[in-house]
Design a protein around this ligand. Structure first.
Ligand code: NHR
Ligand code: GAR
Length: 197
């Protein structure tokens, strides 16, 4: 069975959707992998409690503990890689993971690293995507699953989900509508990546 390691920073609802797909008993809904570990850069990430409740190994690698002026990211990424590699993952899945990863990290997991980003890429890379989509007057918004490369939010697009922007939407109501689609799309894409080799 292939191993998956999921990286989170917050509530971890996409992680939970993937965990549930790995537990599903319907063959057509099942994701055929072991979620070996859930790792967070924030010790208080809510998703850690859910992972523990499902008997999944958890780890915390705090980015604040590693940053130095000369190497703001390298030492953190090195520690993160060491932790991840103990689980020998076939895929490393970013699910609301909020730290930009160094080229060394990306190269180490080349072809095995995916992210879900809350916009219709290539529109709105980076942060605060829902505010920016509303500000721009977009009539549709959504989320994108993509491969992670050294250029932020620019890797190969694997899938997209589209939702309408509705009158009176706030960043919160739009985020909620997008997130519901993320929970459907992300487990499916991960399942597809597992069957492709
Ligand atoms: N790393 C690389 N190399 N490439 C990508 O495409 C990545 C990545 C790391 C994370 C997720 C991404 C998103 O889906 C992601 C894609 C964090 C930031 C950010 O600016 C931007 C994009 C994404 C994740 N983070 C700040 C930083 O300094 C910290 C913000 C915070 O802690 O709240 O790392 O949106
Ligand atoms: C999701 O909408 C995800 O696309 C987004 O944060 C939310 C995480 O929710 N990711 C990013 O913004 C990455 N920078 P979750 O923790 O409940 O899965």
């Amino acid at each position: 069975m292939k191993n998956i390691v999921i990286l989170i920073s917050g509530s971890g609802s996409n992680m939970a959707a993937i965990v549930q797909a790995a537990q599903a008993d319907h063959w057509d809904k099942r994701l055929d992998a072991r979620i070996s570990a859930v790792i967070s850069n924030r010790p208080n990430a809510l998703g850690l409690a859910f992972a523990k409740s499902q008997g999944i190994a958890t780890a915390v690698v705090e980015h604040t503990a590693f940053a130095t002026e000369r190497q703001p990211r390298e030492a953190f990424d090195a520690a993160l890689m060491t932790t991840i590699d103990t689980y020998q993952p076939y895929l490393v899945v970013l699910a609301g993971f909020m730290r930009i990863l160094t080229p060394g990290f990306v190269a180490h997991y080349a072809g095995r690293l995916v992210n879900i980003h809350p916009s219709l890429l290539p529109a709105f890379t980076g942060l605060h995507t829902h505010e920016r989509a509303l500000q721009a007057g977009c009539q549709f918004a959504g989320a994108t699953v993509h491969r992670v490369t050294t250029e932020l939010d620019h890797g190969e697009i694997l899938a997209q989900a589209v939702v309408p922007v509705l009158a009176g939407d706030t960043a919160e109501t739009l985020a909620e509508r997008v997130l519901a689609q993320e929970h459907v799309m992300y487990p499916r894409v991960v399942a597809q990546l597992l069957t492709r080799g």
